[in-house]
Write a protein that binds this ligand. Structure first.
Ligand code: FAD
Length: 382
């Protein structure tokens, strides 16, 4: 293991490897990524990997649009030998209350003003996109063809390999056990495989970001919560877009190999680090999805699993430096949408560490927004 690094990144999920790649691309090559498991073993490898630009806040629309453009070119940019499998089959968002319909109208107006080609649809138009959609109880829908999904393992691998080619060192199965500080300045990390001295650390530890914050005496306003997901056996193509509902609390997509991947948030989940699977999710998931997409009642489930959402009070990430500890940066609290932000997170945090003007303004995502009471609530989350 190297003895010193310009930057140490804790976490080998999409955020960590994308930050490492962007630092190296900008010439900071003495970078170490420390991952306690294998790459993408955290939420990244457990997620739905849906990519949408249909958000209800300007900031999220802008970040998601920027990230989507980066995903579109990722195979070439990262010179990836494989394929990140970015399929832009669109996202069909369905509304089932008048209130939600009103929000959708505002969302589409906002999205269009920012160059996102989403549309408000009648239920008849929605059925043209998903013919077997059960529209009973629904009010309207929105659709953006440029949204989609991709393969989270390949994408993480693509960033990691590109970073390594530029000199980044990635240490897998290596856990950060403490952070060394002196006079509120970062001095190094202690890991299960040795110490690395450094003046800059990025906390990109996903569901475990709270624990990493505590290593420097910071109590991050974040909690983690289990979210569950399942996949069916592969069947013939029935679903082109991702179907999503906030009020029914579900999403479903068909991945390239033919399996239907679907998830929802269970009510009343404890705020802890459990990633076990439960019956309640299974019952609720199958009940709600077969109501919305009836032919799926014939699909057989083959696997269910869970991962952690790392949630902030306003459901927005915390990005940027921490005032109290010099050299400590955060890329945490993605609240269920950190995968789709990944490539943008990589660019923005690298720029931030280098003291450059960031491609998009991220000041409002600083940790101090909670102290100042300047929260930015996102209405469109599952
Ligand atoms: P992670 O992928 O969690 O990576 C953090 C890494 O840090 C982990 O690999 C962990 O092992 C490592 N680590 C932690 N502590 C230490 C330590 N002490 N030492 C060393 N390493 C450590 N997002 C979307 O954009 N679209 C979706 O459709 C979507 N669906 C989701 C579905 C589910 C069921 C879940 C659970 C999440 C979903 N998300 C989705 C959210 C998304 O998965 C996360 O926001 C994103 O993956 C966060 O990436 P990350 O790299 O920041 O964190």
């Amino acid at each position: 293991m190297i003895k010193s690094a310009d930057v140490v990144i804790i976490g080998g999920g999409i955020s960590g490897v994308a930050i490492a790649y962007n630092l190296a691309k900008k010439g900071v090559r003495n970078v170490a990524v420390i991952e306690k498991g294998y790459l993408a073993s955290g939420s990244t490898g457990r997620c739905g990997a849906g990519i949408r630009q249909q958000w209800g806040t300007e900031m999220n629309c802008r970040i998601a649009k920027f990230a989507c453009e980066l995903f579109e070119n990722a195979n070439e940019e990262l010179e990836y030998e494989g394929d990140i499998e970015f399929k832009q089959g669109g996202y069909l968002m369905i509304s089932s209350t008048e209130k939600e319909h009103e929000q959708f109208k505002k969302n589409v107006e906002l999205q269009n003003s920012l160059g996102i080609p989403s549309r408000l649809l009648s239920l008849e138009e929605a059925k043209e996109i998903v013919p077997f959609l059960n529209t009973d109880g629904l009010v309207s829908a929105t659709f953006c063809q440029k949204d989609g999904h991709l393969n989270p393992f390949h994408t993480t691998d693509a960033f990691a390999r590109a970073a390594e080619r530029l000199g980044v060192k990635i240490y897998k199965f290596t856990e950060v056990t403490s952070i060394i500080t002196e006079n509120n300045r970062i001095k190094g990390v202690r890991t299960t495989k040795g110490d690395i001295s450094t003046n800059v650390i990025v906390n990109a530890a996903g569901g475990y970001s709270q624990q990493i914050g505590k290593m420097v005496g910071i109590d991050l306003p974040i909690y983690s919560e289990r979210h569950q997901i399942l996949v069916t056996e592969a069947i013939d193509q029935v679903l082109e877009p991702m179907v999503m509902s906030f009020s029914l609390n579900l999403y479903c997509q068909q991945v390239p190999h033919g399996g239907l991947l679907m998830g929802r948030g269970d009510e009343g989940e404890p705020r802890d680090l459990r990633i076990t699977s439960g019956w309640h999710f299974l019952e609720e998931m199958t009940k709600t999805i077969t109501n919305v997409l009836p032919p799926l009642k014939n699909a057989r489930m083959i696997r269910q699993w869970a991962g952690l959402y790392n949630i902030t009070p306003d459901r927005q990430p915390i990005l940027g430096p921490v005032d109290e500890v010099e050299g400590f940066y955060l890329a945490v609290g993605f609240s269920g949408h950190g995968f789709m932000f990944g490539p943008a997170t990589g660019v923005l945090i690298a720029e931030c560490i280098l003291g450059e003007d960031t491609t998009l303004p991220i000041d409002m995502l600083h940790l101090n927004r909670f102290k100042k009471g300047e929260l930015i609530f996102e209405p469109s989350v599952v």
